[in-house]
Design a binder for this molecule. Structure first.
Ligand SMILES: Nc1nc2c(ncn2[C@@H]2O[C@H](COP(=O)(O)OP(=O)(O)OP(=O)(O)O)[C@@H](O)[C@H]2O)c(=O)[nH]1
Ligand SMILES: [Mg+2]
Length: 308
């Protein structure tokens, strides 16, 4: 399952503009939910692809969901995402970014309060039967509700949240200032519609959106790894600490099922050596097993027995 991020913010902050910039989708229909894939720019991928002479280069991508406006019901559509980007209006000159971030935080809190209250109503009824499981959950939900009433996000809740809950305030928030002192999202959305070289010519350095991606990676504690072959060289993401077997499963379930071993080389070692063969000669390529914790920048080649 691809990583998913939800875009939130006050009405008109520039959420759909960011969505268009990230996903390179053309003009969007307003008042609708938008879902798209955002490719993650990574210079290392290009360098690795050049070494192996890849015919196809595929960046890693995250799923992006953009809902219009805010409000508890809309935010409820975002219970499955892994993180939020909060777009803050710094372009119209009428808003104060820091205040708006607090407001959005409170809206997420209120949406969670609604969610917990509704669950409590249901579980509370079941608890009347005397069954111990719903009784224990109802007691926990009361504590969760008190926590939210104190205007505290569930990310700092100390007890164990009932498994059935899908809270919003446990997810990392990545603020993006749209305008002065931040990113000009309108410009980025326009550049996203141009061919890559033309857009690059407009920019002084890398795309301002790269910063958004980096913040997301940091908030979610992700690493990137590469699968490099001549047919296709591709970047993938993985939560830090996950293993070579998890990486194999990310690429294809068959790779995980038939996993034998995994060749690992650091991307910069590979680029410096100029080929896998030279890297192997210099002893820079290692063989690792299922339990190897993948590191950021690893180039992995999974050896597996194909399914019969
Ligand atoms: N000048 C300028 N206009 C912007 C900027 N960002 C957004 N806008 C304009 O503000 C309006 C709203 O932008 P959207 O991206 O649709 O805002 P939104 O947050 O998706 O709004 P809702 O979905 O209605 O809540 C559009 O007309 C944009 O062109 C900016 O950086 N500069
Ligand atoms: Mg919108």
């Amino acid at each position: 399952m691809a990583l998913e991020v939800g875009i939130v913010g006050l009405p008109n902050a520039g959420k759909t503009t960011l969505f268009r910039a990230l996903t390179r989708a053309g003009p969007a229909v307003s008042g609708k939910e938008h879902v798209g894939m955002a490719p993650i720019a990574d210079e290392r991928l290009e360098a690795v692809a050049r070494v192996v002479g890849a015919r196809k280069v595929t960046p890693a991508a995250i799923r992006v969901v953009d809902v219009p406006g805010a409000g508890a019901q809309l935010l409820g559509n975002l219970r499955q995402v892994d993180a939020f980007i909060v777009v803050l209006d710094a372009w119209s000159g009428t808003r104060e970014g820091r205040d708006d971030l607090v407001t959005v935080g409170l809206e997420l809190l209120l949406a969670d309060r609604d969610h917990v209250e509704r669950r409590l109503e249901r579980v509370g009824k079941e608890a009347k039967s005397g069954d111990p499981a719903p009784r224990a959950e109802a007691a926990e939900l009361e504590r969760v509700l008190a926590h939210l009433d104190a205007e505290r996000p569930l990310s700092d809740y100390e007890g164990e949240l009932p498994a059935a809950l899908e809270p919003l305030t446990t997810k990392p928030l990545v603020p993006v200032l749209n305008g002065a002192g931040g990113i000009d999202l309108k410009l980025e959305a326009e550049l996203a519609e141009l061919p890559e070289e033309e857009a690059a010519a407009f920019r002084e350095r890398e795309s301002a959106l790269a910063e958004v991606t980096r913040s997301l990676f940091a908030a979610l504690d992700l690493v990137s790894f590469f699968a490099a072959s001549e047919k296709e060289t591709r970047a993938w993401t993985l939560p830090r600490g996950q293993t070579a077997l998890d990486a194999a499963a990310t690429i294809h379930t068959d790779l995980a099922r038939g996993f034998i071993r995994c060749e690992v080389i650091r991307w910069d070692d590979l680029v410096e050596c100029g080929s896998h063969a030279e890297a192997a000669r210099r002893g820079l390529q290692r063989l690792e097993g299922k339990g190897y914790a993948v590191e950021d920048g690893d180039v992995l080649n999974v050896r597996f027995s194909p399914p019969r």
